[in-house]
Design a protein around this ligand. Sequence first.
Ligand code: NDP
Ligand code: 3PG
Length: 563
Amino acid sequence: MKRFCDVDKSMIREDDVVRFDFDFLVLRRERGSERTCRVCVSVRANGLVTRGLCHNVEGCDWGRLSLDEHSARMAGTGVSVEIIDEEVFKYYSEGEWKKSSFGKSVAIINPTTRKTQYKFQACTQEEVNKVMVNARRAQKAWAKTPLWKRAELLHKAAAILKEHKGPIAECLIEEIAKPAKDAIFEVVRSGDLVSYCAEEGVRILGESKFLTADSFPGHERNKYCLVSKIPLGVVLAIPPFSYPVNLAVSKIAPSLIAGNSLVLKPPTQGAVACLHMVHCFHLAGFPKGLISSITGKGSEIGDFLTMHPGVNCISFTGGDTGIAISKKAGMIPLQMEFGVKDACVVLEDADLDQVAPNIVRGGFSYSGQRCTAAKVVLVMDCIADTLVEKMKASIAKLTVGPPEDDYDITPVVTESSANYIEELVVDARKKGATFCQEYRREGNLIWPLLLNNVRQDMRIAWEEPFGPVVPVIRINSVEEDQNQMHGCVFTKDIDKAILISDATETGTVQINSAPARGLDHFPFQGLRDSGIGSQGIASSINMMTKLHFLLHPRDQVPDTFMN
Ligand SMILES: NC(=O)C1=CN([C@@H]2O[C@H](COP(=O)(O)OP(=O)(O)OC[C@H]3O[C@@H](n4cnc5c(N)ncnc54)[C@H](OP(=O)(O)O)[C@@H]3O)[C@@H](O)[C@H]2O)C=CC1
Ligand SMILES: O=C(O)[C@H](O)COP(=O)(O)O
C-alpha cells in the first residue's frame, strides 16, 4: 500500500476541535465467482469518516476515494468499524457495541448472490434482561431531560444519519436487494422523519390541557385538572425487512422524543443497515442505555422479548407474526401494522392512460415488497381489456436486474419468499388465469407478471404475494368486490370516490393514485387483521405517551389568590 490516507480538510469546520482516528480493516468479499481481499484504512475526524484508502491485496486499484465513494464501499467499516468484531456485527447495549456471550451468529443471505453477506450476534436471554434493566434506568433520567434537549439530540442524529446515507444504503442493497436510488431515499427520508418528529414532539408534548369543573353539570368553578402527556417507559420496536431503517426510526424517534427508552430488534434481513442507523444515534450522544439493539432471529429471541415484563409498549410492523405477538403480549399498549391486500378499484370513467402507469408503479416498485403495494386490480369489465393492454405496455418498460445497478425489479428478499410467490403463480395457472407475460424466475429474481382474468377462488386473489405479481379481477359493480380493503379508487367522479371510500373498511384510500403510506407524517393504519392503532409521526408520539392528570380543588388555594 503506497499511501495510507489523505484527510479532506473541507470536511472540517474552522472551529472544530479535531481528533483523528484511524481504522484498519481487512475486508473479504465474494460477489459471484469474484473474490476480493482488501485492506482498508479510514480516517475519522471527530468520529466522522473524512477519507479512506483501500488496497486490494490482489491488485485492486481502489486508490484514493472521495468521501461518498469511500462510504459507499466501506459499509460496515470506517466510522462504524467499532460495530463489527472480525466478521460478526455486534449488538448495542449500555451505549457500547458488544459481543454476545452466546458465541452464536446469524447469517444474512444476500438476495442477489444468495451467499452469506454479513453475520450478526445472536443475543442471549440474560443479555436481554440486562438491556431491559438499563433501559428502565436510563428512561427515568431521560424523562426528566428537557424536551428541547431531547429534540436537539434527535436533530443531531438525523443529520448524522443523512451524512452516512452511503454505507447504510449499501447494506440495504446487499441485505434486502433494495434498488440503489430507493436505498438512498430510504435513509434520507428516515433522517427527515427523525427531524420532523423532534419538531412535532416539541409542539405536541409542550402543550397540556386545562379543565375546569364548572363545565360539568352541577359543579362550580372549584376544581381544576391539568392534563399532560408522560412517557410509557421502555418501548420495544420491531420493524420488518422491507423498510428496516425507515420503519425502525418511525418507532425510535417518537419514542425518544416522548421520553421513553427504546429497545430495537432489527429484522434478520436488514439488520446491519439497522445497526449502522443505531450507530448514528450513538454518535449523536444519547445517554447510555437509552437506545439498545438486541440482535437475533425473531423466531428464537422474539417471544422472550415481546413477553418481557420490562417492556411497556410494543411497536411492530410485519406479517402475521404480529397477530401472534398481539395475543401473547400483556396489558401494554400495542402499535401493530401487518400485511394487507391493497386493492385498486378502477371505474368506467377513469383516465386509463393515468391509471396504468400508476398501478404498475404501485404494484411493482421494490418488486412489490411494500405493504402498500397494489396487490389486486378490481376493474370494471367494460374497460378491463384496454387497461390490461396499457398496463402490459407499462410493464414492458420495467428493467430487471441487480439492485446496485438500480434496476426496477430486483431479487425478492429470500428464496422461501420466491418459492411462495411461485406457489401462488402455479395455483393461478392451474385455475385458469391468463398470463400477460411469460413467468420467469432466476434464483430470487422474478420477472414482473400481470395475471388477467383472476377469480376469487385463486389464492392470488386473496393472499399477499409480497412480490412482483399483480392479479386483475373483473367486476361489474363495486358492490361485487368482497375484498373490502381498497387501497385506491380511480375515477373522474369525486363524489363516487368518496362514497366508495366511506363504504369500505380500510385505513387509507387514495383517489386517482396508487396506494402509499403517504408522507411519513401522515397518519397510516390498517383495520381489522391489518393492525392496531395508527402510524405517522403525531399518531406515534401520542401512542407512545399516556395522560397524566394533576387535580387541584380551588378551596385549597389561599384566600389571597381568590379575589
Ligand atoms: N402495515 C405496514 O405498515 C407494513 C406491513 N408489512 C408487512 O410485513 C410483512 C413482510 O415483512 P417481514 O419482515 O417478512 O415480516 P415478519 O412478520 O416475518 O417479521 C417482522 C419482524 O418480526 C420479527 N419476528 C419474527 N418472529 C418474531 C417473534 N416470534 N417475535 C417477535 N418478533 C418476531 C422479524 O425478525 P426476523 O427477521 O429475525 O425473523 C422481523 O423483525 C408483509 O406481510 C408486509 O405486508 C411490511 C411493511 C409495512
Ligand atoms: O413497508 C412498507 O411497505 C411501507 O410502509 C410502504 O411505504 P411507502 O408506501 O411509503 O413506500
